[in-house]
Design a protein around this ligand. Sequence first.
Ligand SMILES: [Zn+2]
Length: 135
Amino acid sequence: MECDICGSSRAWRKARIEGALVTACDKCMSHGEEVVEEQPKSDFFEVREIHPNFASRVRLAREGRRLTVLDLSRILGEKENILSKIEKGDVIPSADVAARLERELGIEILCSPSEFRIKTKPVAKLTIGDVAEVA
Ligand SMILES: [Zn+2]
């Protein structure tokens, strides 16, 4: 991009100079005020993803506490059939339900996208041992 002020080809920042919005190089930037382009307010970095093993984590944690699905549904105020579908992996819990499952069962099934990438193992390579280890 060319600098609107001096024509230098190394301009990539937006600046407001004397009221005009221009593309300016670093040198000319000092004549004005940098305009930081507003990032679209997105939830991208706040979105937490559901762990691929959520179903077994929920089930194992519930069983570890000797709760039935019905018990858990009463604790959470969620429908029993929804919870059993979650445990089968047929239904992905909403972030809200997932957060409550985490709290009630002391498990971790939500992770931020970056954690998700680190923690996720290729599903095809998962063995029973892996599941037991991470659950
Ligand atoms: Zn310039």
